[in-house]
Design a protein around this ligand. Sequence first.
Ligand code: MV4
Length: 591
Amino acid sequence: MFSTVLVANRGEIALRVMRACKELGLRTVAVYSEADRDALHVRYADDAYLIGPPPATESYLQIETIIDVARRSGAGAIHPGYGFLAENAGFARACRDAGIVFIGPTPEAMDRMGGKVPARNEAIAADVPVVPGTTEQVETADEVRRLAESFGYPIAIKASAGGGGRGLKVVTQPGEVQAAFESAKREAAAYFKNDEVYVEKYITDPRHIEIQVLGDTQGNVLYLGERDCSIQRRHQKLVEESPSPAITPEIRSAMGAAAVRLAQRVGYTGAGTLEFLFEDGQFYFLEMNTRIQVEHTVTEQITGIDLVKWQILVAQGEPLPWTQDQIQLRGHAIECRINAEDPADGFRPSLGTLTEYAEPHGFGVRVDSGYAQDLTIPQFYDSLVAKLVTWGQDRAEAIARMRRALADFKIGGARTTIPFHQLVMDHPAFASGDATIRFIGLHVTEADLKALAQPELSATSGDGEAVAVMRTFDVEVNGRRFQVRVAQPDAPLAAPANNGAAAQARPRPGKAGKSKQHAADPNAVVSPIQGTVVAIRAQPGTQVEAGHVLFVVEAMKMENEITAPRAGTIKEVRVAERAAVQSGEVLATLE
Ligand code: MV4
C-alpha cells in the first residue's frame, strides 16, 4: 500500500490532510503556486513542489502536472482536499490510469452522483424523498405551467447543469412563468453552456441539513449524524453545527437510513455528504457532495471519528470497524468560518498581510487554519482564513464557548467575519434554534450588517490618501495597563508587494488619483474590486435603470454584481469578457 500522499490543495484543508497523514506515519508532498511560496502547507509537508503561477492558469487544477509531481515524488496516493480536483471524475480516472490511489470515491460513483439530475434519479430509485417535480427537461412555458398546477406555486425552475444556486428562478404565479422560463434558459446557457431546465416545487423556508456518510470497499456505509448549514449568504456557508436543533432522533434515523440506501446503491466509498432541504418535518434530497467538506469538523467533534484519517484508511482497503449502533453523538459542535471579508461591505474580500494573528485556545476549542501572523492572503483563492470550532456538552455551552473564542481571536491587517459571527451567536433567533436558510435577510438585516464596521486598517490623510497602518500597543499609565491604537507611518516598502497591507495602505499615486476621479464621475460604471469580468450585460445604446446589473466580476471565487449607478444609456463598454480589472477601473460609461 502507499506510504506517501500528495496533497493537491492549499490552505487549511491541505494542513488538515497532512496532519492525518503524519499520524498514520505517511510521508506528505505539497504542491504550491508562486503565490503560496510562504504558505504553511508548504512548510508542513515533508516535500514540496512548485507547480507554477497562480490561477490565471489555475495551478492547483492542472491534472497532468499534479500526476507528474506524484510520480516524481514517489507518492502512491493523492488527496484532493475539497474543491479543486475533489469532484473531478476525470482526475480520479487519470490517477487510476497512472496507478495512483485517488483518496475519494470511485469515478463511477462520482459520475452517478456528481450531476444534480442523475443524483435525483438515483435518489428516486433508492426510495429517497426528493422535492416534488420533474427530472426530464421542460421544453415550453406551457409545460411549466401545467406542472405547477399539479404541485402548486411557488415553483423553482432549475438549470439541469446548475449548482451553487446559479440558474435557479422562483416563480410565485402563472403570469411570471414565461419570463422566468426564458430567463432561466438564457442564464443556464450562459453559465453552463447547457440550456436544459427542469421544475420543482419551491420550498420557501427550509433548513439546509446534510448527512455525513462514510463507506468502505467492503460495501459498508455508515451515517455520522447531520449538520445544519442553514446560516449562509448567497450560497456561501458561514456557520454550521451538529446536531441540528431541528432534527429529532426519529428524523435523524430516517434521513440517515435514506442517505445510506442511496450511498450503498451507487457503491460509495470514502467520505460523502448528502444535502437535504428540511421543512415542516419533511426532508427532500437535493444533491450529493462526493468529497470531504469544509464543515466536516463539527461531525468529527461529536462522533470522535477522524474523517480524514478514515478516508485514507478506506482508500488503503481497511474496513470500517463500527456498526451503525456504535456510532454515538456526544454533545454539540459549532463551526464559524473566519473569512477575510468585510461583513459591513457586502462580505467583500478584505485581503492583506496579517499584522496580528492570535488564535483562541482552551477546552472545547479547535482552530483549523491556513495562516499565521505576517502571512499575506493571496487574492487568487477563497478567503477562508480559519475555521473556528467549539464543542460543548450541549448547544448552550457550545455557543457560550464560541462567544468566548471569537472574542479571543485577534486578527489585524484584514477585516474578517468575526463580528458577523458575534452577531449570530448573540442573536435570539439563533439561540432558540430557529434559523432557516433565510436567517440572513429575515433576522439579520442589511442595516445590521452595515453596523458591523470594523476599525480602520489604515489611516488616511485629508484628501483620502492612505498614509499609515493602524497598530495596537500596550502601554502602562500609573501602573494600569491600556491598549492604544496608533496610526503608524507607512513603512518603506517593507511588506510584500502582493496586495499586502502596506501595498493597500499606500496605493501607487497614479492609481489612487485615477480611481478617485472615477468614483466622482457620475457617468462611470466602476468596478469596486480587483477581479475578472465573467459576464457582461451592457451593450452600447442599451437603456438601463439605476441598479441594473451590468457586469459580473469574479474575485476570490465569488461573483460580484456591478450595477448601473444611475438610469441612462450605455455609451461605451470598455472591457471584454475574461478581462482582468483593477479596483476603481471604469468598465463602462453612461450618457
Ligand atoms: C431549492 C430551494 C427550494 N426549493 N429547491 C440553492 C442551491 C442549490 N444547492 C439548491 N438550492 C435551493 N434549491 C427547491 N425545490 C432552495 C434552495 C436554496 C438553498 C438551499 C440550500 C442552502 C441555501 C439555499 C439558499 C437559497 C436557496
